[in-house]
Design a protein around this ligand. Structure first.
Ligand code: PAF
Length: 269
């Protein structure tokens, strides 16, 4: 596996190659990332993974500082998987003078995490724009746990980049809790409570499929979930095509963001 820290050297190595698959990450790799890399390896000749904990997508500095990092372990995992290239840029390499740290989104897109984590997606779009334009991969692999992230990257960046975005299913543990690097920050008790929340969300999905106009269902589940966490940022049912609240019985997704102490978790079902 070749490791790069600068765009220039990386570009010399990969730009002429046709079928490159790109898996962007913030490290602290888990089975969710591993599954993305496996999909990328099947579809693309060469695979590049990036690890960069992007400061501009954290609306809270403390959250940025405590975000789990395990670079040595990550490198071992990637080597074992025979990943071709690893890109681990420094902050200076990414945000050189004149490089945008945020890309604005429209008011109508400021829903769910774009509303409750102000500035987060603006930072995600900026880093993805920077990475995509330089890496110029044929395919970009993203996990559906971050459904709104995929939606906004497609909406705001798809036109200006050459890559096709491949949306890959969310990987969950046996109790249906989505895998996330942030799970490492949970106490045993909070982890169990989060698993219970996942179970409730799957139940709620079934009930809404039977009676999708029953708004009191959501409130009832909000109440149940509230007893298993410290704060619910949102629990909403939306249309997965445009994230509006216009849903139909066959076309809806439940979105949630909640806090276990100061660890913020998200899910969509
Ligand atoms: O989903 C993530 O890990 C990050 O938001 C991403 C896409 C790597 C951008 O920093």
């Amino acid at each position: 596996m070749k490791i790069f820290e600068s765009f220039n050297i990386l570009k010399k190595e990969i730009n002429f190659k046709q079928n490159i698959g790109f898996v962007p990450t913030m490290g602290s790799l888990h089975r969710g990332h591993i599954s993305l890399i496996k999909i990328a390896k099947k579809k693309s000749k060469k695979v590049i993974v990036s690890i960069f904990v992007n400061p501009t997508q954290f609306n809270d500095k403390k959250d940025f500082i405590k975000y789990p990092r395990s670079l040595k372990k990550d490198i071992l995992i990637l080597k074992k998987m025979n990943v071709d290239y690893l890109f681990i840029p420094t902050e200076n390499e990414i945000y050189k003078k004149g490089i945008k740290k945020k890309i604005n989104i429209l008011k109508k897109d400021r829903v769910l995490c774009a509303k409750s984590r102000k500035g987060h997606f603006e930072g995600v779009l900026a880093i993805m724009n920077r990475l995509m334009k330089n890496i110029n991969a044929k395919y970009l692999y993203l996990g559906e746990k971050d459904f709104q992230q995929i939606y906004l990257i497609k909406k705001y960046l798809q036109k200006s980049i050459n890559s096709k975005i491949v949306s890959c299913k969310c990987i969950r543990n046996k109790k249906k809790l989505p895998l996330s690097s942030r799970n490492n920050l949970l106490s045993k008790n909070s982890y169990k409570r989060s698993e219970k929340i996942s179970k409730l969300l799957f139940n709620l999905k079934k009930l809404i499929s039977k009676d999708f106009k029953n708004i009191s269902l959501i409130n009832f589940y909000k109440y149940k979930i509230k007893n298993l966490c410290d704060k619910i940022d949102y629990l909403e049912v939306r249309n997965p095509n445009n994230l509006s609240s216009q849903i139909s019985v066959k076309n809806f997704k439940i979105f949630i963001a909640y806090k276990q102490k100061n660890v913020r978790l998200i899910d969509n079902i």
